[in-house]
Design a protein around this ligand. Structure first.
Ligand SMILES: [Zn+2]
Length: 591
């Protein structure tokens, strides 16, 4: 049994989540977690709402409300979406909790006592009009690396490089368009230059396994030379420093949000009445730790978070002195576009997660986002392609296969799995293909090649369709009933196997089919929304209860005589009209 941490990107609480975000990090993480759960491994999948970013204060200013109100609103919408999409977080919490405040402050103190923090006066953009320092995200200007005209003060959306706001060409304040000026202020810095050799050693140890684009980006950052990076800000929304005299400043969100992986693991352990259990994922050197993020987050997860982990070694370790576990892999995805254009919430060029699931159900959306996952290059959400894949693949190849076999079995063998007697060579051949699909798909899941893993299950469905066409049990039954029983028994077993192969991707219909095949119990545990409260307020969290899960990563062992449930179609065919309807919505519906 392996111990697997599934660490999922923390969504910023300043905008709704669109399909590109889902396929970028949240869905691949869930698929990976569900596969490992079926394998019987010990999975901890954690994330939460990133509630302190300046994007949230920017939005609060624009709406004339509080940052807290903005965070609460989006946090609740994230929870609703993830529940509806079946994203099975063991814990989806937020950074605005007492627990996270304490853990982030402890990280700060440990880095300080390990001598990886230093104080320095820094030049920061200051608005003379508003009489305050402007967080990097309040400043926009031309990127001094690639000359993209609308680069943010902290990072360029075009070239992906981290930026210094004071070096932007033609800077402007996002709040009022005025020109900010650099002014001195004192901050704590993380000594990345000092940590650089250790990060380099860490990256070298990962070079065989990581996606080449992730490794290349990280190696380039080291190659260009790492510099100290401020971990505090002149801001009032966020986590206070555990230092007197610094009451006006807060921990910088890039520093504390990634600590959320760690603090959420601790919150999960406490809420399970095993307060030390998190250590299995963070100190056990055998544990596997995977970080699911979009490519814009590579710098923070492949370089800076490992630096924080190395620098904070011995945190809460007691007698142990090892470093905290560094990422086993950071399988960052590329971007998904929409109808050939970059997805943009502000231009309303987006398909929102909640809308799409409300209209089409979770599994058709999950299927399309998996088959189209931007694992190695940017992909495109195209409504005509969505229609085609739903109707030709999900409905015709898979749903109809399951439905017509179950319906025929139900009608012809009195609602039970038929007794096949001795199987024929062609039956055994198909069953052997199903057996082989498990190790083949399994190694793809483990390598986070999820499109290809889905392909294994769908290819087997194609094989099963060909087998049925050849056998034609609907005619067989009139002339050779024992042959028809062999065919349907074989087909039911293969369908049962395909159900398991596809369950990580399309869990809702797989659960339905599991019941349809006459099993009791569920493949997976249950997700639920819980309300939690502390001195910072109350908030919903998403939790996963594995109790009652019976799914295992094994070929079907379906036996003759098992009673089958009344068959129901798993998916619905969509009308061609939806393509025009959906295209007409683009650019109009806001999130
Ligand atoms: Zn740039």
């Amino acid at each position: 049994m392996k111990t697997v941490l599934v660490a999922v990107a923390w969504p910023y609480a300043n905008a709704d989540i669109h399909v590109g975000n889902i396929t970028g990090s949240y869905l691949p993480a869930d698929i990976f977690a569900r596969y490992h759960r079926l394998k019987g491994n010990r999975v901890l999948m954690v994330s939460g709402t990133d509630s302190h970013g300046t994007p949230i204060t920017v939005r609060a200013d624009a709406e004339k409300t509080t940052a807290e109100a903005v965070y609460q609103r989006y946090h609740r919408r994230f929870i609703d979406l993830f529940q509806a999409a079946g994203l099975s977080y063991d814990l989806f919490t937020s950074t605005h909790t007492e627990n996270h405040f304490r853990v982030a402050q402890d990280f700060f103190r440990t880095l300080q006592s390990n001598e990886y923090l230093y104080r320095e006066k820094q030049s920061v953009m200051y608005s003379e009009k508003e009489k305050r320092f402007l967080p990097d995200r309040y400043v926009e200007g031309e990127c001094y690396i690639c000359h993209y005209p609308n680069a943010r003060g902290d990072q360029c959306d075009q070239c992906g490089n981290l930026l210094e706001a004071t070096q932007l060409i033609n800077p402007r304040s996002l709040t009022d368009g005025s020109t900010p000026v650099p002014r001195e202020t004192e901050h704590f810095f993380l000594d990345l230059a000092e940590l650089s050799p250790a990060i380099d050693t860490f990256l070298s140890s990962r070079k065989e396994k990581w996606r080449p684009n992730v490794l290349r980006f990280a190696r380039n950052m080291i190659g260009e030379g790492l510099h100290g990076r401020p971990i505090t800000r002149d801001l009032d929304w966020g986590i206070p420093l555990p230092e007197s005299g610094w009451e006006e400043k807060r921990l910088y969100v890039w520093f504390e949000a990634v600590i959320g992986y760690f603090s959420a693991s601790i919150e999960w352990a406490k809420s399970h009445g095993e307060p030390e259990a998190w250590k299995d994922w963070w100190y056990n050197p055998e544990a596997l730790t995977y970080y699911f993020i979009g490519k814009d987050n590579i710098p923070f997860h492949a370089v800076i978070w490992p630096a924080q982990l190395i620098g904070a070694s011995r945190l809460y370790a007691g007698e142990k002195d090892g470093v905290l576990n560094l990422p086993t892999d950071v399988p960052a995805n590329e971007f998904m576009n929409l109808e050939g254009k970059k997805i943009s919430g502000s231009r309303k060029w987006a398909v929102w997660g909640l809308d799409s699931i409300e209209r089409y159900g979770p599994d058709p959306v999950r299927y399309y986002l998996t088959i189209n996952m931007p694992e190695s290059r940017d992909t495109d959400w195209d409504w005509a392609d969505f229609l085609r894949r739903n109707n030709d693949e999900l409905v015709a190849t898979w749903g109809n296969l399951a439905n017509r076999v179950l319906t025929f079995a139900h009608r012809s063998w009195d609602g039970r799995v038929p007794d096949p007697g001795e199987l024929r060579a062609e039956d055994n051949e198909l069953l052997a293909k199903a057996d082989r699909a498990f190790p083949a798909a399994g190694s793809l899941f483990e390598a986070v090649q999820l499109r290809a893993a889905l392909g294994e299950g769908m290819a087997l469905a194609g094989e099963a369709n060909r087998y049925l066409d050849q056998q034609a049990p609907w005619f067989q039954i009139k002339t050779d009933a024992p042959a028809a029983a062999k065919t349907i028994f074989t087909a039911l077993r293969v369908i049962d196997s395909i159900k398991t192969l596809l369950a990580p991707m399309i869990p809702f219909s797989s659960e339905e089919l599991h019941t349809g095949l006459g099993y009791s119990g569920r493949l997976f545990g249950t997700q639920k929304i819980e309300e939690r409260a502390d001195s910072l307020g109350s908030r919903p969290v998403l939790t996963y209860d594995p109790a009652g899960a019976v799914g295992t990563w094994e070929p079907s062992r379906l036996e003759a005589g098992q009673p089958l449930a009344e068959p129901k179609p798993l998916f619905r065919k969509l009308l061609p009209e939806i393509v025009d309807q959906e295209r007409a919505r683009l650019g109009k519906s806001s999130g």
